[in-house]
Design a protein around this ligand. Sequence first.
Ligand SMILES: Cc1cc2nc3c(=O)[nH]c(=O)nc-3n(C[C@H](O)[C@H](O)[C@H](O)COP(=O)(O)OP(=O)(O)OC[C@H]3O[C@@H](n4cnc5c(N)ncnc54)[C@H](O)[C@@H]3O)c2cc1C
Ligand code: FES
Length: 321
Amino acid sequence: MLEKKIFSGKEDKSILESALDAGLVFEYSCKTGQCGVCKTTLLSGEIAELQDQIALTLEDKKNHKVLTCCCAPKTDILIDAEDLSALHGIETKTLPARINAIEKYTAEHVEVTLRLPPSANFKFLEGQYLDVLWNNLRRSYSIASTANQKEITLLIKRFENGKMSDYWFNKAKENDLLRIEGPKGTFFLRDTSMPLIFLATGTGIAPIISILESLDANQEFKQKQSITVYWGNRYPEAFIWQPRFKKLDINFVKVCSKPNEDWDDEKGYVQDAALAEQSSMVRSAVYACGSNAMIQSSKAQFMKAGLPEKQFYSDAFVQSY
Ligand SMILES: Cc1cc2nc3c(=O)[nH]c(=O)nc-3n(C[C@H](O)[C@H](O)[C@H](O)COP(=O)(O)OP(=O)(O)OC[C@H]3O[C@@H](n4cnc5c(N)ncnc54)[C@H](O)[C@@H]3O)c2cc1C
Ligand code: FES
């Protein structure tokens, strides 16, 4: 049953920010117009673009789609957006955080654990991300740990000439003081009554580790449906995580796009591996995280294979501005 909710907007504030200010949570991820997660339908009224709606196609524009992170209301408007009540009461906070440990897995991957002040009371849903603020830089990172763990774990990949990469890989040391702002995003597990398909590229596995570990630790969860994880990386050495669950029974598929001759798992791209194995997606829920190219391509291909758009959830690791 659809419910109408009313909140105030401002001409210089995105619809998404006004909704968040009013205690409502609509789907979002990047907040910069790149990922398309906040796409919704404008049913009536007029909007103004505050930033480019990069993720909208011409077809979307014809169909009155708008990105709530990019547009502000010019008049009273009516939009078709779901208020995600699971995130009510989860407050975005800015907090000091100290580096507890940095573990270098490869020349391109580090795991960073952060400790927050004992009084922080930092709550999040597994799958969400946070922003790290350091030296006038702001970069988003998904949380790889679970909400009941004391420390926050991040999995970080090095980007060539990356400003924040330079910090993590060349300068960061234990006890450094940073700030975090979070939690953010709406990538979290919805319905467990359907077969679950997780797709990740690179460090996009971080929020999926968090989701699966919390499910594994959840005494009330009884697995009745299949869970499949497709994890893609360019090179074999980037597979820095191996699932070890107490009760979850998952089908874990490693997919390498530039394998060496010793590689005997899947080769190519995660979306192709998933499509080759999953004959019907009508009753599945798909959670995809990592590169925007993988997310856009898998969404289009899976919808062709019968996946309803509303059963595709994603978090794109787009570039920060
Ligand atoms: C919601 C969200 C969650 C994220 N979670 C993680 C995570 O868990 N782990 C992680 O390693 N990263 C994650 N990222 C990406 C991260 O925020 C940074 O973009 C990335 O670490 C690069 O930052 P940098 O300062 O090192 O590079 P920059 O100085 O910003 O850029 C250096 C070069 O790399 C290119 N570049 C930068 N970022 C990207 C990108 N994301 N994709 C493609 N090219 C890029 C730039 O064009 C530039 O040429 C996430 C991003 C988002 C939006
Ligand atoms: S395009 Fe709006 S949240 Fe990414």
